[in-house]
Every structure is written in structure tokens, then in C-alpha cells.
Design a protein around this ligand. Sequence first.
Ligand SMILES: *Cc1c(COP(=O)(O)O)cnc(C)c1O
Length: 329
Amino acid sequence: MSAFGTVFCDDFVIAHYRDGAWQEPSIEPVAPLQLHPAAHVLHYSSSCFEGFKAYRWGDGKARIFRLHDHVARMQKSAASLCLPIPDADMLAQMVIDIVGNNIDEIPAPPSSLYLRPTLIGTLPNIGAAAAPSHEATLYVLTSPVGDYFDGGARPLKLLIEDQKARSTEQLGSTKTGGNYAAALGPTLAAKAEYGVDQVLFCPGGDVQETGAANFLLISDDEVITKALDTSFLHGMTRASVLTLAAELGYKVSEREFTVDELLQKIDTYEAALSGTAACLAPVGTFVYKGEEITVRDGEPGPNAAKLRDALQSIQYGNAPDTHGWLTEV
Ligand SMILES: *Cc1c(COP(=O)(O)O)cnc(C)c1O
């Protein structure tokens, strides 16, 4: 399968906001957008997106994972950017319609259909730096994706960055383009200098997250991750893993922790990144102050694997969906 995110289904679904109202969405062939060069998004980054997956089960029907929670998160992102807020029922229906339209393109688990709702401010006004875009376009792209762990769960190597932040207090929990632009420079520099996969942003020693995934410490009986605040993105995978961990008897500790505590814990605790693309990916090595530090023996641990398996079993239809996380299409 091609690199994640480079192959799209032929059709997408698109809706425009004009004159104070959302217009009827339509399914169209994926094609370049008509965008005025003065469009608000191109100058003032009025953009946000979502990322989640639909799985096709043996019964030939698709199941969308946590659709309504992702819709709600997108509404929050839109609100924080002063963009027109997509109507929840409209956006959920757009996703359901495009999944239904492309159902034959969904590969069997562990592959899936990645869903990418996107909202951009289209007001043509380069004098609107301090004004919201009251015109917008909302669309949902879909992309068949393979198993992130094809070839095994290779443990990741992360640079611990204890000064720079990934984002700002204001937009940390908004899934908006500028945050990824901000993380890119430090991440590319760390890859070039230390050969790491990602940077774990820990401004002032506060362990937050990487450029696009949440961070967890996991032992045989506890899961530790930063408590929700506005500094980082509230991952649905994180939330789902915490719910399942509690049910499996782990103590769930949502709290602040520092780089010092992290380094003390990784003799015995596993470290992992959580996100839709990778589910729960093991971290094998950290680089801090120029030194390499392995997590336990540097190999993927059993607890992250167990929690990942618990979540994927629900997504793939091998365990009951007792939380109402799946929407059937
Ligand atoms: C999307 C994202 C995550 C993971 O969120 P999920 O809902 O689990 O996919 C974590 N951090 C950042 C910065 C993200 O953009």
C-alpha cells in the first residue's frame, strides 16, 4: 500500500457556508478547489481538520470509529478559530454519505479508510487579519490506508525537547494547520541531528505530546498521561485507551508529570504514542541532553500491546462495542 495519506477515493463531499448559512452538501469527484488568492485561510491560517477511520467488517458494512466525538471536536476547533461552526448533524451525515459512497474502496482490517474532514476560511479579504472569515468551505476527503505496523511494531525514538512548545496555550487543543507548521522546524532539526522519529514537547519540563500524537507511560498496573488542558490535543485514541485500561484493571492517572519523573519511570514503565494513524505505538529510546536512554530493554512492551489489541478488537469487530463507539454504514 502507498504511503499514508497519498491515495484518495475518487469522490469527496463538500459544503459551502455563505450568507450566514451552510448550503446543501454535494458529493463530487475530487478535483482542485476554486479558491480566491485572497482567501482568508491562505493568509491567516483559518483552517482546521479531523482525522479518524472507518473499518469494513466481514459483513460488508463499514463501522466509523467515534464519529460524533470527532464531529464535536471539529466544532470546538472551528469555534476557537472563529470559523463558521459546521452543524453537527450535517457533518456527521457528510461523513456517513462519503463512507457509504466509497464502501467498496475500504480494505479489510487491519487496513481501513482514513477520513479527513477539513474546514477553511474562504473570505477573499487580505485586510481581515483581525476579522473572522464569514465564508467557509467544509469537505471530507477519504483515503484507504494500510496497517501502520506492517512489518512489526518498530519501537520509536523520541527527542525530549524541554524548552520549546509544540503550540500555544490558546490553540494547543485545536486541530489547526499552524500547529503542525510550528512543530515542523524543531522536528526536522531533531531528525537531522539525532536520527529520531519525533520530538516529545515538554516546555519547562511539562511532558505534553509530540507533533501529532499523545504520550502515555504504561506499567503492569498503571497508565499515566497528562491531564486534559488547553496546551495539547485531546486525542480520541488517548481517551479510548484510558477507558479500556480502567476496565482492564489499570489505575488511570491523568496528571502532570515532568521530564525528570519520565526518566525515572522508564526503567520499569513502557512509553507509547497514541493517535488514529498508529493506534498505540511503542517508544524504545529517548534522546535527552545529547544522551540516548532506552525504555526498559528498548523493545515493545506487553502492556501497550495489550491495550492496543483491546482497542483494535473493537474497531475490527472482534470484541463487542460496549461503549457505542461505532457507527454502522
Ligand atoms: C490528531 C492529533 C492527536 C491524536 O488524536 P486522535 O484523536 O487520537 O487521532 C494527538 N496530537 C495531535 C497534535 C494531533 O493533531
